[in-house]
Design a protein around this ligand. Sequence first.
Ligand SMILES: Cc1ncc(COP(=O)(O)O)c(C=O)c1O
Length: 427
Amino acid sequence: MDATERWLKRAQELDRSDPLAVFRERFVKKEENLIYLDGNSLGMLNRESEKAVSAALSEEWGGRLIRGWNDGWWEMPSRVASKIAMITGCRSDEIAVCDSTSVNLFKLLSASLRLQKGRKKVVSDTLNFPSDIYIAEGAIHNAGLGHRLCLAESENSIDIPFSRLEALIDEDTAVVVLSLVQFKSGFMYDMARVNRLAHEKGALVIWDLSHATGAVEIDLNATGSDMAIGCTYKYLNGGPGSPAFLFVRKEMREELISPLWGWLGEYDPFSFARSYRPAEGATRYMTGSPPVLSMASLEPSLDIILEAGMPAIRKKSVAMTQMITEIWKDILATRGFTVGSPSDPGMRGSHMALRHSEGFRICRALISDDEGEYVIIPDFRPPDIIRLGFAPLYNSFTDIAVAATELDRIVRDKVYELFSSEKEKVT
Ligand SMILES: Cc1ncc(COP(=O)(O)O)c(C=O)c1O
């Protein structure tokens, strides 16, 4: 038995004793030979969501038309918010489901800059998702109050040493904007520790939970978090373009004023009052009409996560990232792969960065259905990162062992040479 066969056997054993294995069949998979490792970008569709969207489309919109709002659409954002609150460890009136992650960051950051009058620094890091940095630059420009953006540097493109944050966060810092889990390396901050550091200096923190929600256990209240934003189309499986969420600590609500006063954030939208009065709870941070069809697909996805439970999801996720690390040591390191993620499972989310000088073409070979027995979908991030996302609800340990066997074969037999390095629009 060679090394890849040994790993396949080990993976099958783990799958047999996996308590989450039962959830796999609740997801839609149209290609028998597909292994989907991109749930960190766009989660898979589940059967309950498929039915819910179809009902929302033909029975509710098609059948009930405008009456749909009073039949349950109006309460959808608050119902969905309360489920996200259970997943992220906060009160339901501290979450609003609305807009995109970028827009929600703009709202919370702009509000924070006003609130933290006199402080001129916004701190983030060089590993953060570019949209967050653009939004920070835009919010600073828009505020016109002379703020400056200071980025903590990484020494290894994997993590940000805590000392770098300590050196940057001071009495002049208004807000710290960080991703809990980094989009490339998967490095995860210690939320409570960063919150404490910022609060000691009087700074606020906005967490981007996009790569963390549904993948790692989050307790916004227990960690003393101020604000957060996040998307729902990755590990929350809400579907392409599903709405984002935002969190604001209850105690901050009265003083943290949204820069966008839309009617959905108004106290009583259908009174059509002449002047804006903020709604109660985090609803005040909503702006316009909620995307009903996207919420219809999101809500059952959240129910599945709550049914499985975040502790079980996280436990399997850690076992999965641990398994690929061990396979890398055993097989893939000799093929020129390096690991671009933290080695401590407690410091990483649910995806792993495998780096290779031929990363892009290897990725294309994995995805191609012209070559090999499987279609394996990870994604590629420049300069050389193959991101493997592990979604414990629908990925098996066998998926990982098969993907590793394919990575080994593609490099050993130079299969990637059959593929061009021309990039498509979405990688
Ligand atoms: C960490 C992170 N923040 C923000 C965004 C942007 O999200 P949106 O397109 O919902 O604004 C993304 C998108 O993938 C992301 O990964």
